[in-house]
Design a binder for this molecule. Structure first.
Ligand code: HEM
Length: 495
């Protein structure tokens, strides 16, 4: 083993300590899958299964290893301490993988998720304010309206008896909630037909994923039919967002007082001024609106979808969720106020347990901005890193019987390991997901409404549902039939 001594002048704040910094390993010392000359491991990387491949290699080569894509090397981390160290050392020492900003910017989706450094800070502040708990309290009645609409839609679909693409259904819910909370606009896709905005958004993340991992940027040279389809979809989303921006600018001009206390993210973005009194550019505004739509829609809908899938094999959890909803909701079909929603502990436990086993962000792609040391590893400037979020959460040292779907463990009932620091479905550090409180609220509302009012039957067995990686981890093949609840509700049983 070599020992490298570096003076603190060479290394970022992260590794700076008293005296000299000790890195015992370099990238060349790391284990990893054998690759081909020039190509590296490209031939082993099936993009739609990328998370499964990187997780399998983590099981084989350990919590820090290296793979190659052509001449580019990427370090893969799954030790929770190392992951935490890297995620917290942002934005100074690590950034998101730089390809993300390029690809998202080409799609007009360069916002708070892809921005870095000084450009990121003011955008992050506005996102945090817009998604803060106290802000959500005032908007709760709108969430309740969306949930009630969805219940009515599902009653109609249950009566029709047809199998449902439940993830598409859930996207209607999450798009409606996201646009209400962040743009103050009621798009109401729950009550619309099939030509909804989600159809266009659905093309964006898979395309971003393909482009991020492409060996050559072919889409810049020639527009294939799929690129043209994406261009059309992006143009339509932008035109729709443009109408919202014009309407909001008109409202702000008519009521300038609103700029002092913006009531949503869109108002806040349009009203913000930097130290020299300049507003955000249109590119930044549109990039952020698109970012919010994408970040708020897919992640929550896929997590809800994974939960529905897991619950199909956990009748005990369905019973407990139902008991809790019957107890807390009184005679309502949907939680009547935010206090009631926040009390839904079983629903919260189901959300956490689902995210532990099925994190929709299984890989976070980063890059080092300066030479630094992580753990005992010397990481050169511009090294790509992939942080895996699932291996630590499924390690018996952190969670007892880790492969079992057991929401009770989140209610204090765990005879054995329960290390919450190994559970990072929302990331960690300064860039932790600002939408996590909203996401948990949505999940509690949805679970309590769904299981209080319906029986859910999966069409086909668990083996028919696959994890597909398209920047987020998508449940593919999940179809359900809804039936109006057959067992008596507590309120009607005693009536
Ligand atoms: C279950 C639902 C969700 C999951 C699992 C999730 C997960 C994540 C993760 C893993 C990150 C990256 C964190 C990091 O780099 O450390 C992130 C970032 C982000 N999320 Fe979420 N998210 C969810 C819902 C939402 C919602 C509902 C919104 C807003 C409406 C949202 C907005 C954002 C934004 C704006 C960022 C970028 C933050 C930044 O880079 O500073 N997310 N999310």
């Amino acid at each position: 083993m070599r020992i490298l001594f570096l003076t603190s002048a060479h290394v970022s704040d992260l590794a700076r300590g008293p005296g000299r910094i000790v890195a015992k390993r370099t990238l060349g010392d790391l284990p990893g899958p054998r690759g081909l000359p020039f190509l590296g491991n490209i031939h082993q990387l099936d993009l739609t299964k990328l998370h499964l491949i990187l997780e399998r290699w983590a099981a084989q080569y350990g919590p820090v290893y290296l793979f190659r894509k052509g001449s580019a090397r990427a370090v893969v981390l799954s030790d929770p301490k190392w992951c935490d160290q890297v995620l917290r050392a942002r934005p100074e020492t690590f950034t998101r993988f730089s390809g993300i900003a390029t690809v998202f910017s080409e799609m007009g989706a360069d916002g708070v998720f892809s921005a870095e450094g000084d450009a990121w800070r003011p955008q992050r502040r506005l996102a945090m304010l817009a998604l803060a708990q106290r802000h959500l309290r005032g908007l709760y009645p709108k969430l309740q309206t969306v949930t009630t609409r969805l219940k009515k839609r599902w009653e109609r679909l249950a009566d029709a008896g047809a199998p449902l693409d439940v993830v598409e259904e859930l996207k209607r819910f999450t798009v409606d909630v996201t646009t209400l909370i962040t743009f103050g606009h009621d798009v109401n896709t729950v009550e619309q037909g099939n030509d909804v905005i989600q159809r266009k958004l659905a093309l964006v993340l898979p395309a971003a994923n393909r482009r991020l991992f492409a060996l050559l940027p072919t889409w810049r040279l020639v527009r294939l039919p799929r690129d043209r389809r994406l261009d059309r979809a992006l143009a339509e989303v932008r035109a729709w967002l443009g109408e919202l921006v014009v309407a909001e600018r008109t409202r702000l001009a008519a009521e300038p007082g609103r700029a002092e206390q913006p009531s949503n993210f869109l108002e806040a973005m349009l009203s913000a001024r930097d130290d020299e009194g300049r507003p955000f550019s249109d590119d930044v505004i549109f990039g952020n609106l698109m970012t919010m739509l994408l970040a708020g829609e897919d992640t929550t809908a896929y997590t809800l979808g994974w939960a529905v899938h897991q619950m199909c094999d956990s009748p005990e959890s369905v019973m407990e969720l139902r008991r809790e909803a019957d107890e807390l909701l009184g005679t309502s079909d949907v939680a009547g106020d935010i206090e009631t929603a926040n009390k839904l502990a079983w629903a919260g436990a189901v959300a956490n347990e689902t995210m532990r086993l099925r994190p929709v962000a299984p890989i976070l792609f980063l890059e080092s901005k300066v030479e630094t040391v992580v753990g005992d590893l010397l990481v050169p400037e511009e090294t790509r890193l992939a942080v895996l979020t699932r291996p630590a959460a499924c390690d018996p040292n952190h969670f007892v019987e880790p492969q079992a779907f057991r929401p009770r463990r989140w209610l204090g009932e765990h005879a054995g390991a329960h290390d919450v620091s190994a559970h990072i479905p929302f990331g960690s550090g300064p860039r932790i997901c600002p939408g996590r409180v909203l996401a948990l609220l949505e999940m509690k509302l949805l679970f309590s409404m769904l299981y209080r009012n319906f029986d859910v039957e999966r069409v086909g067995g668990a083996e028919g549902v696959r994890e597909n990686f398209a920047f987020a981890m998508v449940p593919v093949g999940l179809k359900v039939r809804l039936h109006r609840r057959s067992s008596a509700r507590a309120d009607t049983a005693t009536a």
